[in-house]
Design a protein around this ligand. Structure first.
Ligand SMILES: NC(=O)c1ccc[n+]([C@@H]2O[C@H](COP(=O)([O-])OP(=O)(O)OC[C@H]3O[C@@H](n4cnc5c(N)ncnc54)[C@H](O)[C@@H]3O)[C@@H](O)[C@H]2O)c1
Length: 282
């Protein structure tokens, strides 16, 4: 039906020289603008770990804007309070939960508090403790592996039974990093964890495809969040200069990829790692 309307409109617009915007599943409006597909997550619920700041917060905001119910899981109570204030217009559709993804008891308590079954899990929580290998302490190793890799297991396992059994579009999206593909000086702990995220993603994609899940990873390049702002300005400027699209990434660049991979339209994509990095090769 939508396709028929689209074709008729396109024919009309071809003759008049105008452009078309399509809101999939809803209405057709704004004939002046470029073609633009918006996703509708009105009957969907998502959990986003590390959702109170940076990429997670941007992604949570975008899902809420697209109609989803969202549980924001984060370690930092301060960040959760800030997020709660910023997202106050969505009160009925958003839940804020203080949780440490690296701690199974904490994850079990958070999972028990979920007010609704879920369709989408975005495993995004992550930390860095950067040091060259010679200086890398056991604590630097353990904390990064515990949060970034064991956290992935803890949360996915803890929420596995919380997925809506009726949902045919179940989604797990794991935030890896370009560093997990190429390695990076001073990040043996982080690169190992992020490479592990990719192995986990591919394995779950194989195991869970027949159960209605797609499982994908996103490998961000350098995105402007608190994590990257820890790096010296001159290093960041050098990085930006090396990116083929000539800029560092924005939180929305990653959030857009999360929404696309979570959509019904992405149902034939699984087990992939999508680099959202402006073309950077380390
Ligand atoms: N920013 C980048 O350039 C970049 C690049 C590649 C990958 N990534 C990945 O993207 C994800 C988000 O990064 P970001 O830049 O938004 O980071 P950020 O530091 O801005 O936000 C991370 C959020 O995760 C939360 N968090 C940390 N440890 C947690 C834990 N144990 N339990 C629950 N929540 C916890 C923090 O409180 C914070 O709110 C991470 O997995 C990161 O490794 C980021």
């Amino acid at each position: 039906m939508i396709r028929n309307i689209k074709t008729s409109c396109e024919k009309y617009l071809e003759n008049t020289g105008s452009k078309l915007e399509i809101i999939v599943g809803n209405t057709i409006e704004n004939f002046e603008n470029k073609e633009n597909v918006k996703f509708d997550f009105k009957n969907k619920a998502a959990v986003i770990t590390g959702g109170a700041a940076g990429i997670g917060f941007g992604t949570a905001s975008m899902f809420l804007d697209a109609g989803a119910r969202v549980s924001i899981w984060d370690y930092s109570q301060e960040a959760l309070d800030r997020a709660k204030a910023e997202l106050s217009i969505y009160t009925e559709r958003v839940q804020f939960v203080q949780v440490d993804v690296g701690n199974r008891q904490s994850v079990a308590a958070a999972a028990a508090s979920l007010p609704w079954p879920i369709d989408i899990l975005i495993n995004n929580a992550g930390i860095t403790r950067d040091k060259s290998f010679a200086k890398l302490s056991p604590e630097d190793w353990d904390s990064v592996i515990t949060t970034n890799l064991s956290g992935l297991y803890n949360v996915t396992k803890g929420l596995f039974e919380k997925f809506n059994p009726k949902s045919t579009d179940k989604r797990i999206i794991n935030i890896s990093s370009v560093v997990g593909i190429y390695g990076n000086f001073g990040q043996a702990n982080y690169a190992s964890a992020k490479a592990g995220v990719i192995g986990f993603t591919k394995t779950l994609a194989k195991e869970l495809g027949r159960k209605g899940f797609t499982v994908n990873a996103i490998a961000p390049g350098f995105i402007k969040t608190a994590m990257v702002k820890l790096m010296p300005t001159e290093v960041l400027e050098k990085m930006a200069g090396q990116v083929p699209v000539a800029r560092l990434g924005e939180v929305d660049d990653i959030a857009n990829a999360c929404l696309f991979l979570s959509s019904h339209q992405a149902s034939y994509i699984t087990g992939t790692v999508i680099s959202v990095d402006g073309g950077i090769v380390l």
